[in-house]
Design a protein around this ligand. Sequence first.
Ligand code: HEC
Ligand code: HEC
Ligand code: HEC
Ligand code: HEC
Length: 470
Amino acid sequence: MSALNYKKIGYVAMICAIFLLASIPKAAANEKEAERIIKNQCTACHKFEGKPESKFNLKGPDLMWAGNKYQRPWLLRWLQGKEENLYPKGYRWDLSPAPAKHPVLSEAQANSVADYFEKHFLDSRVGKSPVDMSTFNEMEAQLGADIFKNFSCLGCHQIKEDGKKIGGPISVNLYDAGNRYNLDWWSRFAANPQDFTPHSGEYLADLSPLGARYIIGYLMTLGVEDFKFFEPWKTGPFQNANAKRGDKVYREYCVQCHGAQGRGDGPGASGLDPKPAVHAELPLSDYPEDYLYNIIYYGGKENGKSPNMPDWGMTIPTQDLADLIAYLRATFKGGKEAVASPGMEKKSSGDCPQKRTTKKVSFKYSGKKNPLQPTAANIKAGETLYQKSAKPMACKLCHGKKGNGKGPGAAGISPAPRNFTCSATMADISDGQLFGIIKEGSKGTAMPAFKSLKDKEAWQLVHYIRQFSK
Ligand code: HEC
Ligand code: HEC
Ligand code: HEC
Ligand code: HEC
């Protein structure tokens, strides 16, 4: 570094020092101002010290931990009256059923109050969260979403689905939780809500540490535009994967069901329905990396398949998993001819009319009509999903580029994928049925659940696949 640069740094440091000196009295003034605002305008409704209490004794939520609880940009918006009400039925729904208008501060006041919170209202119980959001993946968010529904969170807190508010409006809405909460505070709250909001109708879920990670992380994604999910299959162990080492892992864990040659005929297979996948006939080389990762790590149950395909995530270390996937890809490239394997019926991909044993979807779906018009834009959007972008994998892999049910993945599959070009079969299938199977999968078959598709996207797909038989 040259002397000139040193000089420059010297100037910058001096300017900073002057700036600092000038701002000290200003900071002190702001602090006084914040103290005055809080005392005169906030303490009538909020507690800033003392023990947590039942909401039924309070006028507004406790703020002893206000310095830990919020993301600053959200707090500033809230204090300036730029946020929606948090409690849809009013904080004290027992006194008045409508939310009241909250006092509003100027931008400068809001900043002073936020500074004051961060300095004075820190809760020593709140430590660093055990959840590292930089390693949080999309499947974990989906598992968190399942917990949100299965553990009644949705019964008391609203979220948004396809832009619409759903859920019980008793307590605080959570559709913007990822922009509102500080991860550390929310993780500590989740460990025991009663430490913060006792006797208020709050609820503690019976979750494992892993389940807690899923629900905590899931909330931190809500409302966050384009949340950047971690993609394990792009990390070092996968770049250094070795198929030969993976062969050994396959023998240790997979052969017992999938068979030594991947023919689905391991000793465990005879008692299973559906049968273990016949890897030897599947083009696993073409399967998306994330699909293989998710089915092996999280098992059949979480991927709309048989729960008899175990979730190996806790058992198999990352490098072994990466090696195993490299082995699957290098070894299984799809059978040329579909061969009938033990216990499987004859294949019928591409038949028309096609023998169809698909179960009826639940009444929640069956009566639905496609709410979208078959416009060029909707059909185009459906095409992109079908041919390229649908997750866990593009439809064409099984249903074929032309919709004839003869994709590269079809050979190893029984029952066969639907042949969408066959009007004799397709004409009798309702929109609601197509929609429901796309969303939830067809249990006991290779048809996966496309849980992450928005309703609108699933309807665009319905329009697109109907095109094949027109
Ligand atoms: C008239 C009573 C009242 C006054 C005065 C009041 N608040 Fe509130 N405050 C509430 C209520 C009620 C809520 C819950 C709002 C809702 O349902 O949307 C709330 C919510 C909040 C929240 C979010 C709480 C949470 O659950 O995370 C913050 C932060 C907050 N107020 C700060 C302040 C500050 C700072 C002041 C003083 C400038 C203030 N409030 C004055 C009643 C009040
Ligand atoms: C029986 C109703 C009920 C259920 C079920 C419930 N909650 Fe709550 N929740 C509450 C109440 C009540 C509070 C306390 C805040 C209030 O409403 O005064 C609360 C507080 C919270 C808060 C903090 C709110 C804040 O900003 O201070 C979060 C976050 C939360 N719940 C998430 C969840 C999650 C996740 C689940 C599911 C595992 C869940 N809740 C299940 C009623 C419920
Ligand atoms: C206890 C028996 C069992 C073991 C052990 C097992 N699987 Fe499976 N596996 C299944 C079953 C059953 C299915 C079919 C699920 C379905 O179709 O609903 C399956 C399906 C699969 C699929 C899905 C193929 C597709 O069409 O999407 C893959 C990939 C897979 N297993 C890989 C593995 C790997 C790798 C291992 C070893 C780490 C393994 N399995 C161990 C029973 C098992
Ligand atoms: C891994 C292979 C596979 C992939 C990928 C796949 N499907 Fe399927 N699909 C199947 C199989 C197998 C069936 C037949 C299921 C049955 O017989 O119950 C099927 C059936 C269907 C049906 C027929 C429902 C009925 O009631 O007859 C629809 C609709 C469908 N798939 C849509 C899609 C869409 C849309 C996609 C992409 C978003 C997709 N599938 C991706 C294998 C697949």
